[in-house]
Design a protein around this ligand. Sequence first.
Ligand code: SF4
Ligand code: SF4
Length: 388
Amino acid sequence: MGYSAGHVREPFSSSSVVRQLDDCTFCPKMCRHACPVSATSGRESHIPQAKMDQLNQLRLGRSEWSEESTESLWACTGCRHCTMYCDHGNEPGLVLLAGRAEAVRRGAVPPVLARYADRFAARDERLAQTARQSFPGQLATEGEIGFWPGCDALDKNSADIAAALAVFSAVGVDLPIIDSPQACAGYPLLAAGYSELFRWHARKVAAAMRGFRTVVINCSACLHAVRAQFPAEGVRPGAEILSVGEALARRVRTLPKAVRRRSVYFHDPCHHARYCGIAAEPRAVLSAVAEVREFSWHGKDTECCGGGGLLPKTSPLLADQMAKRRLSEVQARGGGMVVTSCATCTFMLKRNAPAAVEVADLSTAVAQLTGTAYQPPTVAVVAGDDEY
Ligand code: SF4
Ligand code: SF4
């Protein structure tokens, strides 16, 4: 299908995890500049080497597993930027996920993640219901192509879903939302260390996707989860899995013309650019209707918006500071529009955008730039006390 199924979480006891922990423990910290978490927090305990060293000390029994001793395992968005600068190709973002699973097994998790599995399930059920109420007559259980909007879009930016349906319609594609009892494809369970539950959830999501030949996913972390982590857990959705940018890029010649071409910045979601190798496709789509400008850190060298790895739950202030840091470059250049292609990145960047910076999801940007009409749902999303 044109993408690699590598880069997946491995069991904590695997020889690869042990080797990576040993490599990092004795490393002269070659990747320290690349970690957006430590660069933003300014804490030495948040650099990749220190997080991996701490996990190694826990593995070796030199430190007790506790809420306090595992704190740094959660200070990672899984953005994979450190791996770009590692001569060993080490994957702290994935090794720390294995460490989180071990921390859950030992009951050493942050209080903010208490009852996490129950809260995830309640939110998932609520948002699946929201999809049915907000988009009546636009859901399907089978077909050529189906849409997985992403739980953060359903919860916080449902107008972006309406825009996606309208833009695909404009290029001749009827894109129904996949009617499923699940709204999230499951990445947060992986990030929370609930690997067994993730596998169980993945089977349900794959069953809902199996009725479609192609599935378009608007969440970068869940795109990678379905493409790579599902098969690694023995779960196969049986559909071709595409990002919105990839699906639209195949139809770029049929995109409506821009009403007025303007310059826009593109923010690459980490799980697109670094895990799935998706960078050219959204740019091909945007270039058809706008002039694309680049951040200093872009493409495979993109910088995380702070939305991954459950950081907005475990360290919300730090996650918001990361989003602000990401947008500060555009602000310093006088402001403008920032386009991205992930429901979670859109939410994080939007809520932290300064007045001079406008943030838009890829489909919404294309709709706005081409004058494609869309009708945001009128059903108000009911906030739950299940926010995970
Ligand atoms: S990921 Fe690579 S460069 Fe970074 S601390 Fe580990 S061994 Fe060193
Ligand atoms: S994956 Fe990203 S957030 Fe995690 S340690 Fe590496 S650079 Fe830092």
